[in-house]
Design a protein around this ligand. Structure first.
Ligand code: GUN
Length: 289
């Protein structure tokens, strides 16, 4: 079998077009554009690239983009003061503080300062708690985008066996919650897991989010499984995922790196911003996303 290649780039382009329609409708109804504020502290090269593409995509969707670049030496109180200022700014519907932050700053304290109504990253305790409770809320962008791809391929995933490799706050844990909410049987694997290959072998859905190049091997994967590769690892051979490309010969459908999950993350950030904007203003969304 050769896997169907899941074209995240094309799916994301469609989602961004629907968000742009929704953003135009919002601007007409609210008398202002939806706005996203992105905060970057320091000069991590990868983060600077992400922040630039978020800025461009936000403008292309017909939303306002507020970029805040702070020096690496910024103290925590100053960063939290900026977050509070953005919380109070009515033109700002979404706030994203790019992670990782410099080591002298407590990330959790900064995230907890974000108004949950503007938490387009879905990382505050309120957003995380609402997801765990199965309540409506803002969901982290990468797992949300991954879930859209899984459902596009499989439709109903009720009763399917899913293995999520990685338990990060940004991807693994929320991904597991989303799969569970759709009635999959979910296992979360991590660095202490015994016999990962045996777990993966049972899975109809494999989500790899560990940050280790080519870790998931073809002889682990059940023929026909849907494989979502969230890894973005910079190696001498270029950008590679957490899944060995040889898995394409075994899986039923699989995301490539690049061009799989990556483009979905930004599209979902724009989606979350539009959802937050409508909720804040109390206008119903007219465009299905
Ligand atoms: N760094 C890498 N991915 C993300 C993300 O989705 N959100 C934030 N805030 N930082 C990130």
């Amino acid at each position: 079998m050769t896997a169907r290649i899941i074209d995240g780039k094309a799916f994301a382009a469609g989602l961004r077009a629907r968000v742009a329609e929704g953003a135009a409708a919002f601007a007409a109804a609210a008398g202002r554009k939806a706005g996203l504020a992105v905060v970057l502290v320091g000069d991590d090269a990868a983060s600077a690239v992400y922040v630039r593409s978020k800025h461009k995509a936000t403008l292309a969707a017909g939303m306002k983009s507020f970029e805040h670049r702070l020096p690496a030496a910024t103290v925590q109180d100053a960063l939290i003061a900026l977050v509070r200022q953005l919380n109070a700014d009515d033109a700002v519907d979404g706030i994203l503080v790019q992670l990782p932050l410099p080591k002298h700053i407590d990330e959790q304290a900064v995230v907890e300062a974000i108004d949950p109504a503007k938490d387009v990253d879905g990382l505050t305790p309120i957003s995380t708690g609402r997801l765990a409770l199965g309540l409506d809320g803002l969901v982290p962008c990468t797992p949300l985008g991954s879930m859209m791809l899984v459902e596009d391929v499989l439709g109903d995933i009720s009763g399917k066996d899913a293995v999520v490799i990685g338990r990060s706050i940004l991807v693994g844990k929320p991904m597991a919650q989303l799969l569970l909410a759709k009635n999959a049987t979910v296992t979360i694997a991590h660095s202490r897991t015994k016999d990962l290959p045996a777990l993966v072998a049972r899975a109809d859905i494999v989500v790899a989010a560990v940050g280790r190049a080519g870790m998931v091997k073809p002889d682990w994967v059940k023929p026909g499984a849907v494989v979502i590769d969230v890894g973005i690892n910079r190696t001498d051979a270029g950008l590679v995922g957490d899944v060995d490309p040889a898995v394409f010969a075994v899986a039923g459908a699989m995301t490539p790196v690049p061009g799989g999950v990556g483009p979905m993350t930004i599209a979902c950030l724009l989606r979350n911003t539009l959802v937050a904007a409508h909720r804040r203003v109390g206008v119903p969304m007219t465009t299905p996303l």
